[in-house]
Design a protein around this ligand. Structure first.
Ligand code: NDP
Length: 485
């Protein structure tokens, strides 16, 4: 019998599901059991061509619609997503293995927020009138044209919406390639947009590995590439986009600092560290995986952290009581287990976890290392799993310098009751998305993105509009033209 997660076909192009079984089969594995629940096929060159030419053709008419009309469609799509939140959350859980307890509140809901927010902004995308005596200039905010979105595997619904919603609000068309690991959810986003009234071809989904992403990025018809992925992939995609002078948004990895001062509220700081390391089993780009704890509260912090981490419920992700799911794939589990071994070998003190959980699926126990030093591998490289490194510090000046000593710059957080210090420290940290007495909140109203190797551009908020549109300026002369000859 076909599994309920099996999509109708692999791709969604020009308003409908499209299959081409010539493409390499991609098995979809449910991370909680290791069972294959669906198969899709990678896009062949013919499918890529179909998607790009369809999107290119659909974009012009879409851009000519008023912002109000485009916005209404996006907001209708948001309503449909919210109505179907339960089914979409179950699919997200099948796609990623994340527990339903999380997916019910963080995936389709977050996608709907983006559709609603950018739907609301669409009608307000206007230009300026610039008086120059008798003459004047007016500006228009125009679509970029054909955009490509490429997603990572941790938030397949959210990533499709965070890219698709602002792109479409501005009058662009998009071809979106999900990660081969989580190909299911973006298809639902495409289906819902059509149901909400989006013209066929403005949002298309094609499956495939990096090769398909590469074909999309290098196509001369593409005007913009928005990637969520790792830094090495980001460098490749950025370089390929530069060849064609394309616009880019790069949402890449991180190794973000979370700084906890002696005067912090202990339970809130522990809660922040848990949210910043163990949500989605640690598979979150903005995680605060270097937790710097001031020496005065270090042991109290570790004791409380170990106690609360012991309350994590590992189990069937479809059971809403489960609060901690598996790694997305066996491969990712093995990568993370390799980092845990490195932590042990390099002399970090294991506080809790530290191994694969004794159950089916790709579960790793939430793991905390203390006495981590700046040079250890687990303190330098992005792990993308449930491994928290706790480092000690004495002074503010010292911790800021150490926190900034990384190629990454996605996020940063600080816990303290001293607000002057909180703002000063955040002001000195090299990071794009920051938190004071909190961690990992990502409301659509707030810009999201990194500095340094963690990326360029911003998603969400009004900032995203700037990255999916461009300004045309028009000089209007009211009198005669003077010329030298
Ligand atoms: P990858 O960088 O491996 O892949 C990202 C996407 O790019 C995938 O769809 C992948 O396809 C595709 N891709 C790979 N090579 C190319 C290429 N040469 N040209 C075009 N596309 C290509 O990341 P993961 O999927 O492993 O995701 C984890 C990473 O994503 C982490 O580093 C994490 O920090 C980052 N991330 C960043 C976020 C942010 O907003 N800053 C949010 C979430 C994750 P395929 O995998 O199918 O081969």
């Amino acid at each position: 019998m076909t599994h309920p997660a099996q999509p109708k076909a692999s791709h969604f192009i020009n308003g409908e599901y499209v299959e081409d079984t010539v493409g390499t089969p991609i098995p979809v594995i449910y991370a909680a059991t290791g069972e294959q629940i669906a198969t899709v096929h990678a896009a062949t060159p013919a499918i890529v061509e179909q998607a790009l030419s369809t999107a290119k053709a659909a974009q012009k008419a879409w851009a000519k619609m008023s912002g109000t009309e485009r916005g209404r469609i996006l907001r209708r799509a948001a309503d449909i997503m919210r109505e179907r939140n339960h089914d979409l959350s179950v699919l997200e859980t099948y796609d990623t293995g994340k527990p339903l307890q999380e997916t019910l509140v963080a995936d389709a809901t977050s996608g709907a927020d983006a559709l609603e927010y950018f739907g609301g902004l669409a009608a307000s995308l206007t230009g300026e009138h610039i008086p120059l005596g008798e003459d004047w200039v007016y500006t228009k905010r125009e679509a970029l044209g054909l955009c490509v979105g490429i997603g990572a595997w941790n938030y397949p619904t959210q990533i499709a919406c965070w890219k698709g919603a602002p792109a479409l609000a501005c009058g662009n068309a998009m071809v979106f390639k999900p990660s081969e690991t989580t190909p299911l959810c973006a298809l639902k986003v495409a289906e819902i947009l059509i149901e909400a009234g989006a013209p066929a071809g403005v949002f298309n989904v094609v499956q495939g590995m990096g090769e398909v992403g590469g074909a999309l990025v290098t196509d001369p018809r593409v005007d913009k590439v928005s990637l969520t992925g790792s830094v090495p992939t980001g460098k490749k995609v950025y370089a390929a986009a530069a060849e064609g002078m394309k616009h880019v948004t790069m949402e890449l990895g991180g190794k973000s600092p979370l700084i906890i001062f002696d005067d912090a509220d202990l339970d809130n700081a522990v809660g922040g560290a848990i949210n910043g390391n163990f949500y989605s089993s640690g598979q979150v780009c903005s995680n605060g995986t270097r937790v710097f704890v001031q020496k005065g509260i270090k042991e109290k912090f570790l004791a409380r952290l170990a106690e609360r981490t012991g309350n994590a419920i590992l189990g069937d992700p479809m059971d809403e009581a489960t609060s901690f799911g598996p790694m997305v794939t066996e491969n990712q589990m093995n990568i993370v287990l390799g980092y845990i071994e490195k932590g042990k070998e390099e002399g970090a003190r294991l506080i809790c976890g530290g191994k694969r959980a004794d159950m089916d699926g790709y579960f790793i126990e939430p793991t905390v290392f203390a006495d981590v030093t700046d040079d250890m591998t687990i303190a330098r490289e992005e792990i993308f799993g449930p491994v928290m490194s706790v480092l000690d510090f004495d002074t503010e000046e010292e911790v800021v310098a150490r926190a900034n000593d990384t190629e990454f710059g996605l996020s940063a957080g600080v816990f303290t009751k001293d607000f002057t210090r909180a703002h000063r420290v955040i002001g000195n940290l090299e990071a794009g998305s920051c938190f004071i007495n909190s961690y990992n909140d990502a409301p659509v109203e707030a810009p999201f993105g990194g500095v340094k190797a963690s990326g360029v551009g911003r998603e969400n908020s009004k900032e995203a509009i700037k990255h999916f549109s461009q300004v045309k300026s028009v000089y209007v002369r009211m009198g005669d033209v003077e010329a030298a000859f």
